[in-house]
Ligand binder design. Sequence first.
Ligand code: PBG
Length: 324
Amino acid sequence: MYPYNRQRRLRQNNAIRSLVRENNLNPNDFLVPLFVVDGRDVQEAIPSMPNYYRFSLDRLEKEVKILWGLGLKAVLIFAKVSDHLKDNEGREALNPNGLMQKAIQTVKQACPEMLVMTDVALDPYSSYGHDGVVQNGLIVNDATNAILAEMSVSHANAGADFVAPSDMMDGRVLSIRKALENASFFNTGIMSYSAKYASGFYGPFRDALDSAPGFGDKKTYQMDFGNGKEALQEVAADIDEGADIVMVKPGMAYLDVVSQVAQTFSVPVAVYQVSGEYAMIKAAAEKGWLNHDQIVIESLMAFKRAGAQIIATYFAKDVVKILG
Ligand code: PBG
């Protein structure tokens, strides 16, 4: 009871605030998304993602060494595939000498201890820009799962430590897990995008990968953002099917979901601060309307407070520098 309890005693100066702070950020928290393109000596700016780039493999090698030097020990690779290689089944995704496969090898050669996670989904490879095979204007589930499973084995073969299915087909984790077991990849992890919402926040990412859906939207597979409990169902299914880590995506607008998932399940929970969240902060900071560094730290700390153990963020390099 006041005045015996005065909450402000614990806020008097930086030393006491640091001592009682419940959550802290450090480089171990972050997963760095990386965009890879064909070519040599390419570092392409992405207009809707200021200060973020697509790298050719030679530049990727340099970038990964920089990340390692900063204490960042995990990357999540996305490949931007040329239009002429795209088809309905995403066949290029299975090419053992494809861009993704070569990117995995490049990272492992540059930094053998770097944890390599890979995006598993059809959309960057699909002529329709959808995460599944299209038949009669519909995204078909089970035929897609078979391809995702092959794709995962192909990534594991190239050296991926974890595959990260981001497609939201039903049962894909089980298909992938079975295929990995059959191919003796017993130690390959699955970080499943378990609660992935049909979100407007993915816009800049689709610019980065040129992967916007050619028709319709993704609402028949990604979750409806009106729903919270459904996320628990999705997560439970993925854990049951063999996921090692579950993810909620996007981040900032879905902190309630992160919190519920973290409280309900005991597996590690990841959150993805997506491209639109990055773009909003960068744009407001460029205008001088928000303080960049302060908002970056505050937005990332919110994920920790909500219960996330792993944060995929385009700010990973920035934040390590800000934290000093
Ligand atoms: C596609 C995929 C998307 C993202 C990661 N994997 C976009 C989508 O579902 O359309 C979004 C990441 C971001 O916006 O930063 N499988």
